[in-house]
Design a protein around this ligand. Structure first.
Ligand SMILES: Cc1cc2nc3c(=O)[nH]c(=O)nc-3n(C[C@H](O)[C@H](O)[C@H](O)COP(=O)(O)O)c2cc1C
Length: 229
């Protein structure tokens, strides 16, 4: 990791981010991503070594814990001890994956406990949700995952809402153009033919459930509801 960090530091990067959040079993079984949260001493060793060997910004993306949030305070103390510059916090455990409630109260707790800015992550699905989560957690910002695939206008909408401007309404025509752009990207010659349909279907699983308010469009087309996945 230190060798990689040094290699990255030779480029004009904004910083280095350590992922302690990935919930995919094929990743965490190797004790990387979210799997590292099972061994906080190891996390402390890694972050201490990284901190002392690079001068770039060092940030961490993490969850509340591996299967429970019991060690959460210890984890936050590691963040402070290693002088992390920015913490992005998904308010679920690794074992929760993408299901279940997001513990915004624990994100609020982290905001109070750590010395660096915190980005709140998990189910930021609209500008209104972003504003509510910022207000509840007092986080420095929000990090948006799945909703950015479904609605790439969300960043502009959040900024509009937070600055008191009217929030732009996205038309189905714009969504159609967005899907067309995705189709062009996923049919680029560099993408192997067999993967092209799969890529587009993956994107549509995020987009289709919000084509209408009740998700009926997706249901009628036999699509899987990926609103929260
Ligand atoms: C397609 C996809 C890829 C992701 N890849 C990563 C990743 O590489 N590293 C990471 O820390 N989280 C990754 N995540 C998790 C998101 O960063 C985020 O923590 C999670 O989706 C919850 O936020 P959301 O409710 O806004 O989607 C990924 C999520 C999705 C949907």
């Amino acid at each position: 990791m230190i060798r990689t960090a040094h290699a990255l530091s030779r480029h004009p990067i904004a910083g280095i981010d350590l992922n302690l959040g990935c919930p995919a079993p094929r990743v965490y079984r190797k004790n990387v991503g979210g799997g590292l949260l099972r061994d906080l001493d190891q996390v402390k060793r890694i972050l201490s070594e990284l901190r002392s060997s690079i001068t770039d910004h060092l940030s961490v993306k993490m969850r509340l814990g591996f299967d429970t949030a019991e060690q959460f305070d210890r984890l936050l103390d590691v963040i402070n001890h290693c002088e992390i510059d920015l913490l992005s916090l998904h308010g679920r455990t690794v074992k929760q994956g993408y299901q279940g409630t997001v513990a915004y109260d624990l994100i609020a707790h982290a905001v109070q406990r750590v010395n660096c800015p915190v980005l709140a992550n998990g189910n930021v699905t609209s500008a209104a949700a972003a504003a509510a989560i910022l207000s509840q957690t007092q986080a420095a910002g929000v990090m948006i995952g799945r909703a950015a695939i479904r609605n790439p206008w969300i960043f502009q909408q959040v900024r509009q809402l937070l600055s008191g401007q009217p929030v732009a309404i996205v038309t189905l025509g714009q969504v159609r153009e967005y899907i067309e752009q995705l189709r062009r990207v996923t049919t680029a010659l560099t993408v192997p033919e067999g993967a092209r349909v799969g890529y587009l279907k993956g994107y549509l699983n995020y987009i289709a459930p919000s084509a209408d308010a009740g998700g009926l469009f997706c249901e009628k087309c036999g699509g899987r509801d990926r609103k929260q996945n």
